[in-house]
Design a protein around this ligand. Structure first.
Ligand SMILES: CC(C)(COP(=O)(O)OP(=O)(O)OC[C@H]1O[C@@H](n2cnc3c(N)ncnc32)[C@H](O)[C@@H]1OP(=O)(O)O)[C@@H](O)C(=O)NCCC(=O)NCCS
Length: 327
């Protein structure tokens, strides 16, 4: 009897039209296109129109993914949305998306920061294999521009808005998710956070005055952890799928910094040509980075039928997650 497998039936992505280039940022903070390009690899990022919530970007990516899967919104029986920039503290953004796309199913958000999409894939895989659900919509979506201090050059150059979505269901013939690997280390929670707005520091005039509702990050510490975590995760998730690192045809990493990806390439021996990179155009879109990269890798033909791909992400928490898929 062949092993039951869960795979991706359809993908969608949505990027806001507004482009914010490094040259635009030069007019906003004390930085330069040259510094940003050489330190991060980023050239430009997309920014949602003011007043456009995460659910709106998620809706567009989701409708494309559902259509690509050959399904209707009413065929979706569960929605899992990964985000750190929900429309509101509650209700969940997944519920708002459910209504916007016309689905009739349970829906909830998960919080695993930039690792949110592969975390949600692992969750969805288990729920389908349990027999409880048939078609799960998994979304990674962010409007992080609203949580950035546009006067802080150490963070504002890094991030962008976007959304990606996938419909998961059972697949045949050895395709689909071969292995997943999740991790977290709460001892490093302080490295990357939005300090206020939750129960620890509820929003108040004082918290806003102190800028505690913005992204705060210790960039160099995150950098060091990111390289180690990404390498360990790739090696572990390949091993769990019974693959050697050389068997990976395309690595779809979280898109935070080109120097992180160069270091991952050096340390794992995966050549840069096998690593899909779009951070030059979008920056770090947190939970949206991996699904948008996967979408573009498939559309551009970098991922083909039978390709062994590894999605790998790290983020605030710290969290990390990887997933091996035979396409
Ligand atoms: C943020 C990051 C790009 C900074 O790069 P870096 O090489 O570590 O740079 P440093 O923070 O050491 O700063 C070096 C200098 O550049 C300056 N600098 C910082 N941001 C700058 C900017 N946008 N433009 C110009 N100069 C800048 C610093 O003030 C510092 O100046 P100093 O030497 O006079 O003090 C890098 O640490 C990084 O990408 N970290 C990982 C972040 C990440 O992945 N976050 C998301 C996780 S999901």
């Amino acid at each position: 009897m062949t092993q039951r497998r869960v795979g991706i039936l359809g993908l969608g992505a949505y990027l806001p039209e507004k482009v914010l280039s490094n040259h635009d940022l030069e007019k906003m903070v004390d930085t330069s296109d040259e510094w940003i390009r050489t330190r991060t690899g980023i050239r430009e990022r997309r920014i949602a129109q003011e007043g456009t919530p995460t659910s709106e970007l998620a809706k567009r990516a989701s409708l494309e993914a559902i259509d690509a899967a050959g399904l209707k919104p009413t065929d979706i029986d569960l929605i899992i949305l990964a985000t750190v920039t929900p429309d509101m503290t509650f209700p969940s953004t997944a519920c708002i998306v459910q209504d916007k796309i016309g689905a009739k199913c349970p829906a909830f958000d998960i919080s695993a920061a930039c690792s949110g999409f592969p975390y949600a894939l692992a969750l969805a895989q288990g729920m389908i294999l349990s027999g409880a659900y048939k078609h799960i919509l998994v979304i990674g979506a962010e409007v992080i521009s609203g949580f950035i201090n546009w006067k802080d050059r150490s963070t504002c150059i890094l991030f962008g808005d976007g959304a990606g979505a996938a419909v998961l269901g059972e697949v045949q013939d050895g395709h689909g998710i071969l292995a997943t690997y999740l991790g977290s280390d709460g001892a490093q929670a302080n490295l990357l956070k939005i300090p206020a707005g939750g129960s620890a520091i509820p929003p108040s005039p004082a918290s806003v005055e102190a800028g505690l509702h913005y992204v705060h990050m210790d960039g160099s510490e995150v950098f060091k952890s990111a390289v180690r975590i990404m390498c360990d995760s790739i090696i572990e998730v390949a091993k769990r799928a019974d693959l050697k690192v050389e068997d990976i045809d395309c690595l779809i990493p979280h898109q935070a910094n080109l120097r992180i990806l160069n270091a991952v390439s050096d340390r794992t021996g995966i050549p840069l040509e096998k690593i899909f990179i779009n951070l030059d155009r979008y920056g770090n879109m947190s939970a949206a980075s991996t699904p948008v990269a996967l979408y573009e890798a498939v559309k551009s033909g970098r991922v083909k039928k039978n390709s062994n791909i590894v999605l790998v992400a790290f983020g605030s928490g710290l969290t990390w997650a990887a997933c091996t898929i035979r396409w």
